[in-house]
Design a binder for this molecule. Structure first.
Ligand SMILES: Cc1cc2nc3c(=O)[nH]c(=O)nc-3n(C[C@H](O)[C@H](O)[C@H](O)COP(=O)(O)O)c2cc1C
Length: 387
């Protein structure tokens, strides 16, 4: 039986909201649904503890790292015994929104840090040589990102942050505007970054209001700029079957969306057209979580070198794990940090707004308390190994 178009469009709001900026449980009728094997990596990681190869035990956790658009740009090669080489899967980049592979490198940094933590849990120290064949220039290339040596260490002590690995999420929900993170909570959160990192936070009403306005303008700018918008549209997985077939990208997997997908209303073409009701809904709905942001966090590096981008990735992972432990949500707002001409002014403005005159903001995120959200899809670890 076909469902009337009008009522399908009405459910689109809630459904797309869940997919792109899920609302807290109990405040909406949208429902998450089982995704078959698309979330299996989150349980497979623990099962991999039985694997005799320490590299594979660590890899099973490292693939759970946060990364841009969930493209999972890592590929590894098991080279000599106890050695692993990490590459960027060059097809899994975002050239329109991330033309210099800055964000992809941050994702690879998060992956390396999680791999290091997971190895430590199993009694292995990881000696890391970054860019062993030379540092790439404006874009990443086929040369390795890192060469890793796994050395067994008696009495190795794991990183306390690792205990939050399976609870870590990017949380796109509405945050509770009546509950500001306390100063001591913010201090605990930022202390998770590697010493020396520059992490800023604010709950100040004026600055958070200015940042809310800023990130919303940046999001709109991106959605209305053809190439960057299409880059996101092209990696949207619309409906359960699409997510199961491709457990990466932007998953639109709320149960309410299934009829919209089945009836051909929620399509890539509809998302691509700025005149379609689906696109207008998508734009309008993104504003709600932005407005429901009581605090922001940002991460700054002294320069924008590859080494600093990898370091930012490690810090981003660590901040995420600490946030999970504190029951806080973090949600990156990367549009304003991106390097294409239409965003130039907003990229400069956000540095001015946060008074950053030396250094580069690598991550800017919504921060606050929200209901938990389900884990995001992942490709199985063995699909990320070069054979
Ligand atoms: C460099 C970087 C930039 C990101 N930018 C955004 C963003 O602008 N908006 C967003 O919703 N998520 C953003 N994310 C979060 C990813 O989409 C998220 O990590 C990925 O979908 C996997 O989900 P998970 O973190 O819940 O495992 C970013 C993550 C990284 C590492």
């Amino acid at each position: 039986m076909s469902i009337p178009r009008r009522s399908l469009l009405a459910t689109a709001s809630a459904g797309i909201a869940l997919a792109l900026s899920p609302l807290p449980g109990g405040r909406t009728s949208v429902r998450a649904q089982p995704l078959g094997d698309a979330r299996r990596a989150w349980t497979a990681a623990t099962e991999a503890r039985r694997n005799p190869d320490p590299r594979l035990r660590a890899l099973a956790f490292a693939i759970l790292a946060p990364n841009p658009h969930n493209l999972q740009p890592w590929l590894v090669e098991l080279t000599a015994t106890n050695e692993m080489t990490v590459f960027c899967d060059l097809a899994r980049r975002l050239p329109a929104t991330d033309p210099f592979d800055r964000q992809i490198t941050i994702g690879l940094g998060a992956f390396l840090e999680l791999l290091r933590m997971a190895a430590a849990e199993n009694g292995f120290a990881v000696r890391t040589e970054t860019f062993p064949d030379g540092t790439p220039g404006r874009r990443l290339d086929a040369r390795p990102i890192a060469l890793l040596h796994f050395d067994p260490v008696a009495g190795m002590v794991g990183d306390p942050l690792f205990r939050h690995v399976l609870a870590r999420r990017t949380n796109r929900a509405l945050y509770d505007m009546s509950r500001l993170p306390e100063p001591n909570t913010l201090a605990t959160l930022t202390s998770a970054a590697v010493p020396g990192a520059h992490v800023g936070t604010t709950t100040a009403p004026e600055l958070t209001a200015a940042l809310r306005d800023h990130v919303w303008r940046a999001f709109r700018t991106e959605a209305l700029t053809h190439e960057p918008h299409m880059e996101s549209v092209n990696v949207m997985r619309m409906g359960r079957a699409a997510v199961i077939a491709n457990p990466d990208g932007i998953s639109l997997d709320a149960a309410e969306l299934e009829p919209l997908v089945a009836q051909g209303i929620l399509t890539h073409a509809a998302m691509a057209s700025r005149d379609s009701p689906v696109f207008r809904q998508f734009l309008a709905l993104y504003e709600a979580p932005v407005l429901a942001t009581p605090a922001f966090l940002w991460l700054v590096t002294p320069d924008n070198s590859r080494a600093e981008q990898l370091r930012a990735g490690a810090d981003w992972l660590r901040l995420n794990l600490q946030a999970a432990g504190l029951g806080l949500g973090l949600h990156p707002q990367s549009a304003t940090l991106q390097e294409y001409p239409e965003m130039d002014g907003l990229l400069r403005d956000v540095h001015d707004l946060l008074d950053i005159h030396r250094g580069r903001i690598q991550m800017l995120a919504r921060l606050g308390y929200a209901s938990p959200v389900p884990p995001s899809p992942r490709w199985a670890a063995d699909t990320r190994i070069k054979h």
